[in-house]
Design a protein around this ligand. Structure first.
Ligand SMILES: Nc1ncnc2c1ncn2[C@@H]1O[C@H](COP(=O)(O)OP(=O)(O)O)[C@@H](O)[C@H]1O
Ligand SMILES: [Mg+2]
Length: 580
């Protein structure tokens, strides 16, 4: 797998641009460090040659003192550079982490449907972690090492051009060999990370479903899948490890060659009388110095392998744009809103239509009851109204405007959806009502609950709004619904889409819910998906759905009066069922 340089540079410039002064200081430190490292052996050479030539001791002492001073400063700079590069790296990755999480949250439902939560966690946590090395160590240390490499080669050239050429060629050869082995290991690493993510996704899914798995005796199946995943994991892990081993062996061999070349060449030049003993020391030392950057560049390639995989995936995910484009400008007036479906078709998957030319219209303030078998597309209609998905064909308008003309946040403010299965969050009743929006005062919450006829219910909770859900208080399915109604009521939407839960409730809660729903729907347009026809006593119009189409629609009274209508026959069946 080839990873274009563009992706690296793109990420680097995006996340380092915000820290320009720090990055500049870091580079200054790196360059001074390189100069000191390359300069110091020159002092040693002068010392050795001076000592052999019998120069005065005072001069030798000055040289020795200079050497120690430079060495100390060089260590100090290294510490500072490490500190700075870690800071730069962490700042950059934290920014990336939050951008990434926000991006994923913005993506449309069809994206999230195809990824498990565990996989997303692995992306945000594991991959971004991989990138923190890329920012802090790889990118900056690589620059430092390249500078050192160039500095060393430059001074070798000054010493003797033949040495410069020989070791320059060697460095080139070493880098080429190590670079070409890189891609070999990267592909294995990517495959390994992919399987790891899948494994976490699998474990997350199994843990979430543990109750159903046990209840249905599906444990053996779960375990079989578990072993399958492990079996898949091991060979990939081995081959990825082997990829690294190859890199390591290659670099060892290359260095043996390098040292041999340097020793042979300087021995030859010394014999010819072209190099002094001090210079031979210098060449030897420079060869050692050359070893460090090349070796570290190899190690950083290893970092890069993990980062490459992460960068490719992170960048890939960042490139995915939500299919739901948020480009609308129009805002809707307050009050009840008209809804109009005109020949709307939609499918979750291409070529698998779930809705086929649905036409329906609801006047502002009207109450539409939606009935039909499971799978006929009722819930889907509600999802389309808040643009969790976009329609494939036809026209869907709210207050006379196609949904795409409205800003997404505005649309979701004006349309309140209570879904079939309500999710409560870990937290207090207050936070569950406001979604952690602290600007909403308690009085408004209490007024909302009162307005829905739930004042008494609120008082029955042990700590009122402070009751912690999930820890010291469990809500029944019915109470969760009440909470969901209050959530929507608070936002005062112009259209309510209510997907009735199928679970049977105790009569007391059922009555509370009826009162709450009646209060919630007053003065708003409502689309209510009902499983019990009693829920639709107050409906103005009824639509019956079958296989993704509306097969019957009209005023409730008219449909009831017409004995041949689908709704009337459903009604008779429902009445018989409740008699038995
Ligand atoms: N998230 C989804 N992804 C793919 N198919 C779905 C999804 N949700 C529902 N469907 C399919 O769409 C069809 C209509 O489902 P739905 O709107 O939930 O019907 P209803 O609410 O009337 O029971 C069904 O065939 C269902 O399997
Ligand atoms: Mg449904």
């Amino acid at each position: 797998m080839k990873i274009p340089l563009g992706q690296y540079l793109n990420l680097l410039s995006r996340y380092l641009a915000a820290q320009k002064p720090r990055v500049a200081l870091l580079f200054a430190l790196l360059i001074s460090g390189v100069l000191l490292q390359v300069g110091n052996p020159q002092i040693v050479r002068a010392f050795i040659d001076g000592a052999l030539d019998g120069e005065p001791q005072s001069r030798l002492l000055v040289l020795a003192a200079l050497f120690i001073l430079f060495a100390a400063i060089s260590q100090l700079l290294a510490v500072l550079a490490t500190y700075l590069s870690e800071t730069v790296g962490w700042t950059a990755t934290n920014a990336l982490r939050s951008d990434f999480a926000e991006h994923l949250l913005r993506l449309d439902m069809s994206f999230h449907k195809t990824r498990t939560p565990g996989e997303m966690i692995q992306r945000i946590d594991g991959d971004v972690d991989g990138l923190s090395n890329f920012f802090s160590q790889f990118a900056l240390a690589l620059c430092g090492n390249l500078l050192l490499l160039i500095g060393v080669l430059f001074f070798l050239f000054l010493e003797d051009w033949r040495l410069g050429v020989a070791l320059g060629l060697f460095a080139l050869l070493a880098l080429t060999v190590l670079f070409s082995l890189r891609s070999f290991a990267v592909s294995r690493w990517i495959a390994l990370r992919e399987v790891t993510a899948q494994f976490y996704g699998f474990v997350g899914e199994q843990l979430a479903g543990t109750e159903d798995i046990r209840a249905n005796g599906a444990r053996p199946y779960s375990m079989t899948r578990f072993h399958e995943q492990l079996r898949h994991w091991l060979p990939l892990s081995i081959s990825s490890g082997l990829g690294f081993a190859w890199l390591w062996i290659a670099s060892l061999s290359v260095f043996t060659v390098g040292h041999t070349v340097a020793l042979l060449a300087s021995f030859y030049l010394w014999q010819q009388g072209d190099l002094s003993i001090g210079s031979v020391y210098l060449v030897f030392h420079y060869t050692e110095l050359l070893r460090r950057p090349i070796e570290q560049i190899r190690e950083q390639m290893q970092e890069l392998q993990s980062a490459s995989a992460s960068i490719a995936r992170v960048d890939g995910l960042l490139q995915i744009e939500s299919k739901i484009r948020d480009e609308g400008r129009i805002t809707l007036p307050d009050g009840p809103l008209a809804v109009e479906f005109e020949g709307v078709s939609f499918g979750y998957e291409p070529d698998d239509p779930v809705l086929n030319g649905v036409s329906l219209s609801v006047e502002p303030g009207q109450f539409l009851g939606l009935v039909g078998r499971t799978g006929s597309g009722k819930t889907t209609l509600g999802r389309l109204l808040v643009r969790l998905y976009d329609i494939d064909d036809g026209r869907l308008t709210l207050g006379g405007h196609p949904l795409a003309e409205l800003p997404l946040s505005h649309l979701r403010d004006r349309v309140g959806v209570v879904s079939q299965d309500i999710q409560l969050l870990e937290g207090s009743v207050r936070n569950n009502l406001t979604f952690f929006d602290e600007s909403i005062p308690d009085e408004r919450l209490v007024r909302a609950l009162d307005g829905l006829g739930l004042g008494g219910w609120l008082e029955s909770l042990p700590d009122g709004l402070d009751t912690e859900l999930g820890t010291n208080w469990r809500l029944s399915a019915g109470e969760a619904q009440l909470l969901a109604y209050a959530r929507v009521f608070l936002r005062d939407p112009g259209l309510i889409v209510l997907d009735e839960a199928t679970s049977r409730l105790d009569p007391a809660t059922q009555r509370l819910i009826e009162v709450a729903v009646a209060n919630l729907l007053r003065g708003r347009t409502a689309i209510v998906v009902a499983h019990r026809l009693t829920t639709l006593e107050d409906a103005d119009v009824i639509a019956v759905m079958e296989d993704g189409s509306v097969i019957e629609a009209g005023p409730r009274q008219a449909l009831l009066a017409d004995q041949t209508s689908r709704f009337a026959s459903l009604y008779r069946r429902d009445a018989e069922a409740s008699l038995t």
